[in-house]
Design a binder for this molecule. Structure first.
Ligand code: LLP
Length: 413
């Protein structure tokens, strides 16, 4: 994504130095053209029914961009639903799922007439029927099924095994069919699944498609007309050159093998695949030190800015802007947070770096800013969007003072 013109760093046609002049590190920067390319590839192979998983990057500028590319929104909380509406998505392009929707969440979604509410338990179907009846509304719903398939990803982001908390097990389909015939306010028109994130194993997709086709046929043969079959997200990206290669073409092949000429309207809900590679976290070196023979670069981004390495042991490649030194060093790059887990990468070879030099933490467009926090009372990072020769700051964090002022000290203290 980064390119050099006359030895100066650029993203698209914007000089990174120009952005750094007006935006304090650490900040996230996204390339619009990379997002557009990823959307185009996804549509080319998986068709037009793509619903962006808002949880991966919920900035309204990104949501607006998705809309302009004719992408829908997949939301998992009332906040994400409100954000998507506020960014201008038509309610009919929004799917609401999530394992823990409160009654208030459901009432809000019913009132907004969104495309589909995907329920994740038998109990939720009963609650939704009662709420829809009280609101005197007919509601289109889907059921999220749990196909009991291990996507082979790390356990923290696996969602498709029967012991995971998500979806309804396949053996319950008969119960759903019986129950739904008594739910006069609910139209069951869709089924969905999502077996996990960062999945490269094509057999996992194939087996999921087979189970979902069987399930859709079973509902349909019992007289429930399933129109939408939503096959989830989870597409893998290469954070590390040693990671397995994932080809979306192969998913398409399995899709055709399984669903062939069937009438179901197939849809997907990717997040990471559309935005991860479009983002870079820009951070400054604030200190250098050697402890126990380890050369530390201490940067101003921390696990509060990008939690993936600390939380999932995730790998993000790091590159430098200052590549003037011919000497290279082995570094460990760590944040300023007072925890030993606040390390981005260990033992990376980089040209010699100094205080105030800038590092680039790559592939951070998904699950970066959205998972950031004010831990250690540090401000949230800004976000910047690049479009050819233009850039805009698309998130302005509050000053930490504003956050401090939200605490209320009771009058007995
Ligand atoms: N649909 C549902 C129902 C989901 O739960 C998710 C992600 C997606 C779609 C989109 O998955 P994607 O295409 O982005 O893989 N924080 C973790 C990832 C958690 C994903 C949770 N669910 C990480 O940083 O790796």
């Amino acid at each position: 994504m980064l390119n050099f013109k006359n030895k100066l760093p650029y993203i698209e046609d914007v000089s990174l130095n120009d952005v750094i002049k007006v935006c304090q590190t650490p900040f996230y920067i996204y390339s619009q053209s990379v997002i557009i390319q990823k959307v185009e590839i996804t549509k080319k192979f998986l068709g037009k029914n793509i619903f962006f998983s808002v949880k991966s990057n919920s900035n309204q500028a990104i949501l607006k961009l998705m809309q302009s590319l004719n992408i829908g929104a997949d939301v998992v909380s009332i906040g994400e639903l409100k954000r998507s509406l506020s960014a201008g998505f038509s309610p009919k392009k929004i799917i609401f799922e999530g394992v823990g929707k409160s009654k208030n969440d459901l009432i809000y979604a019913i009132k907004k007439n969104i495309r589909l509410i995907n329920v994740e338990s038998i109990e939720e179907i009963k609650i939704l029927q009662k709420l829809a009846f009280e609101q005197n509304k007919d509601v289109d719903i889907g059921v999220r099924l749990n196909p009991n398939i291990d996507g082979g990803t790390i356990s923290k982001i696996s969602t498709g095994k029967k012991t995971d908390k998500f979806g309804i097990e396949l053996y319950e389909i008969d119960n759903i069919i019986n129950l739904i015939s008594n739910c006069k306010n609910l139209n069951l028109i869709g089924i969905s699944c999502h077996i996990g994130s960062q999945i490269s194993n094509i057999d996992a997709y194939k087996n999921t498609f087979i189970e979902m086709k069987k399930a859709a046929d079973k509902f349909s043969s019992s007289g429930i007309n399933i129109k939408h079959v939503d096959l989830g997200g989870g597409f893998h990206i290469q954070y590390n050159k040693n990671d397995p290669k994932f080809k979306i073409e192969e998913v398409k092949k399995e899709l055709d093998n399984c669903f062939g000429q069937s009438e179901y309207e197939l849809s997907f809900e990717p997040g990471r695949f559309l935005v991860a590679e479009a983002g870079i976290l820009i951070t400054s070196i604030i200190n250098t030190k050697n402890n126990g023979g380890i050369n530390y670069l201490i940067v101003d981004a921390g696990m509060n800015t990008l939690v993936r390495p600390a939380m999932y042991n995730a790998h993000h490649n790091i590159t430098v802007l200052n590549n003037q030194s011919l000497k290279s060093q082995t570094y460990t790059v760590a944040g300023p947070i007072c925890e030993s887990s606040d390390v981005f990468i260990k033992d990376i070879n980089l040209p010699e770096q100094n205080i105030d030099d800038i590092l680039l933490i790559e592939d951070t467009g998904a699950y970066g800013k959205v998972m950031s926090s004010t831990y250690n009372s540090r401000a949230l990072p800004s976000e910047v969007l690049i479009n050819k020769g233009d850039f805009a700051i698309i998130f302005n964090p509050e000053k930490i003072e504003n956050d401090i002022n939200k605490d209320v000290i009771p009058n007995w203290l």
